[in-house]
Design a binder for this molecule. Structure first.
Ligand code: G16
Ligand code: MG
Length: 598
């Protein structure tokens, strides 16, 4: 090490060559005084472990882009890591589309890295929803897109979602290639720091007006009953969860012929502190929807909608005389939206041959309700790994062979209605739900009643989704290693709570006991943990590590055959099985796992 500015690095060498190199690189490369000072302070303080944590590993592409806390270090989100990631993209692209959410400076830096190499950039001049980026990439013919957002992650975090020229989020193997390139050439170009290029460069343009206008026009592709919408007596409340959704959901309602929804005033504008919610994720349900539900009660609005902070996901609740508020799970909402998209599609596709080319998609941890639709209605259903990057990839594969995907979803309240973008879209989903609710209202039905009808026709699908928090990666590793060596080396558990396990699929290792060749059909993903158990009583349970937060998630479902079912006993049984499985397989107390509090 050598002298660098005021700090004599030789005096502070840690003796760990890899760490010393990383410290040297950081201090020489980082031109942001705040983050450079953070590393210098840790060095002066002798905080070797913390330095190692921040500097000796890199962020990887998770379920949706790079995501980490903001702060100094190669493992965190900051100016230098954003520049490095963008420089690499630079070698792939000829034009980029970029925008900011909460952190305009990082989006401007992203643009600057492209502009300094004379690559034209479309940089939105204000906050837009995440789905606008894939939409703009396709419409503008851009080579790639970047969205700077941490979506629903805690306020300390940030994220960087990357889209390919086809509008789908990058997935394997491109994401791995990009990371490899970052490793190989990580030194920032000096011009990359010239953020002012985002203001001055003649190659930068603002696509906001054009894209907003076209997006709202294109929404007509999923608007089936505009006339009815204009007369709808239903009132809607919308929360933007301190994110970007407000203006766009308002416009989308107008585009569909509705008056704009009543906004939750405290949550309507971007606020990086998410000051009125305990957690900025509408997926958490009633506890985080408090302000919306109370406003709806005062306003006599029967439906509440909440987009997540970057407006690519949507929560919905409905008030009924019988049972107060029903907050739909992502799986229930998907049953409704999938039915609705099919119902309208059938109006214009009466030729049975059309069904040969029609698909619906869901991730493997989501409900199999669409599979039941497909079986009974004669179209196709396919599943992917979790994350819309996999759904986007599948949409393109299917399109190449002349097929059409009319609906796709994830249980985590991510929905895609129609084919405007190959990514989840909370804005279009909100207005499609509003139209469906209005149509049903006209038939004297609530969303909840229609959900019951759907379950009777296609079979009740009862599911639970939850998680435990674990901040210690070695513990997570130990838990999954135990499951893979449960009753001796390379053996999985054979029962849970007295129920036999008939099949095991381990996506991390590529094993599937149900396949003749014992190989998993979904792509093997070594970098994350995911094991699925099929129990003899028909319940399917998956345990997996989150790719965006320090969580182990668990998903269970029971699919009943068409017809009436005793729902409360099914629900009770599912809860019992889920609780036991979590206790036996994750051992939350022994492993100091933090249980979900809300
Ligand atoms: O944490 P994980 O890996 O389970 O991922 C979670 O968030 C992802 C990204 O959502 P967003 O783009 O809104 O951040 C979702 O695709 C995924 O279904 C959800 O489980
Ligand atoms: Mg989101």
């Amino acid at each position: 090490m050598e002298n660098n500015g005021d700090l004599d690095l030789n005096c502070h060498a840690t003796g760990d060559v890899r760490l010393d190199t990383a410290i040297y690189q950081w201090i020489t490369w980082d031109k942001n005084p705040k983050t450079r000072a953070q590393i210098e302070a840790l060095l002066l303080d002798g905080q070797v472990e913390e330095l190692r944590r921040r500097l000796c590993s890199r962020m990887t592409f998770g379920t949706a882009g790079l995501r980490a806390a903001m702060g100094a270090g190669f493992a965190l989100i900051n100016d230098l890591t954003i520049i490095q990631s963008t420089q690499v993209n630079n070698s792939y692209v000829k034009g980029i589309d970029s925008l900011s959410y909460m952190t305009s400076s990082l989006a401007r830096l992203t643009a600057a890295v492209m502009l300094c190499k004379d690559i034209p950039v479309f940089l939105f001049s204000t906050y837009v929803p995440t789905p606008f980026v894939p939409y703009a990439v396709k419409r503008l013919g851009a080579a790639a897109g970047v969205m700077v957002t941490a979506s629903h992650n805690p306020k300390e975090d940030n994220g960087y979602k990357v889209y390919w020229h086809n509008g789908a989020q990058i997935s394997s193997p491109n994401d791995k290639e990009i990371l490899k390139c970052i490793e190989e050439s990580s030194e920032p170009w000096s011009e990359s720091w010239n953020e002012s290029l985002a203001d001055n460069s003649p190659l930068r343009s603002d696509p906001l007006r054009e894209i907003s206008k076209k997006y709202m026009e294109d929404l007509s592709s999923v608007c089936f009953h505009r006339e009815l919408n204009t007369k709808s007596p239903l009132k809607f409340v919308h929360s933007s969860f301190h994110g970007v959704g407000h203006d766009y959901v308002q416009q989308a309602f107008r585009a569909f012929g509705f008056p704009p929804p009543i906004p939750v005033p405290e949550q309507k504008d971007p606020d990086p502190n998410f000051s009125t919610v305990s957690c900025p994720n509408p997926e958490e349900g009633e506890s985080v929807l408090e302000l919306s539900l109370r406003l709806a009660e005062r306003e006599n609005a029967t439906i509440v909608m909440a987009t997540d902070p970057d407006a690519d996901r949507l929560a919905v609740a409905e008030q009924s005389d019988r049972c107060g508020w029903k907050v739909f799970t992502g799986n229930e909402l998907a049953a409704l939206l999938g039915w609705w998209m099919l119902f309208n599609w059938k109006e214009t596709h009466s030729d049975p041959a059309d069904r040969e080319r029609m698909y619906m998609l869901a991730t493997t941890v989501s409900s199999k309700i669409l599979k039941a639709f497909a079986r009974i209605e004669g179209f196709h259903f396919e599943e992917t790994l979790p994350g819309f990057k996999w759904i986007g990839k599948k949409i393109h594969e299917l399109a190449k062979t002349g097929n059409e995907v009319i609906f796709a979803f994830e249980e985590s309240i991510g929905f895609l209605c129609g084919s405007m973008v190959p990514d989840k879209d909370g804005v279009s989903a909100a207005v499609v739900v509003a139209e469906m609710a209005s149509y049903l209202y006209n038939k004297n039905l609530t969303l909840h009643q229609q959900l019951e009808n759907i379950f009777e026709i296609y079979g009740y699908h009862i599911s639970t989704t939850s998680y435990v928090i674990c901040h210690d990666p070695p513990t997570v590793k130990r838990i999954f290693t135990r499951l893979r060596n449960f009753e001796g080396e390379n053996t999985y558990p054979r029962s849970s709570g007295g129920h036999s396990i008939v099949d095991v699929r381990d996506v991390t290792t590529g094993y599937d006991s149900s396949q003749p060749d014992k190989l998993c059909v979904l792509p093997m993903t070594k970098s994350s943990q995911m094991i699925t158990f099929t129990l003899q009583n028909g319940i399917v349970a998956t345990l997996r590590t989150s790719g965006t937060e320090p969580k182990i998630k668990f998903y269970t479902e029971f699919c009943a055959p068409p017809g009436k079912s005793d729902i409360s006993s099914l629900e009770e049984e599912l809860k019992k099985v889920t609780d036991t499985l979590v206790e036996e397989f994750l051992e939350p107390d022994k492993n100091n796992l933090i249980r979900r509090s809300i």
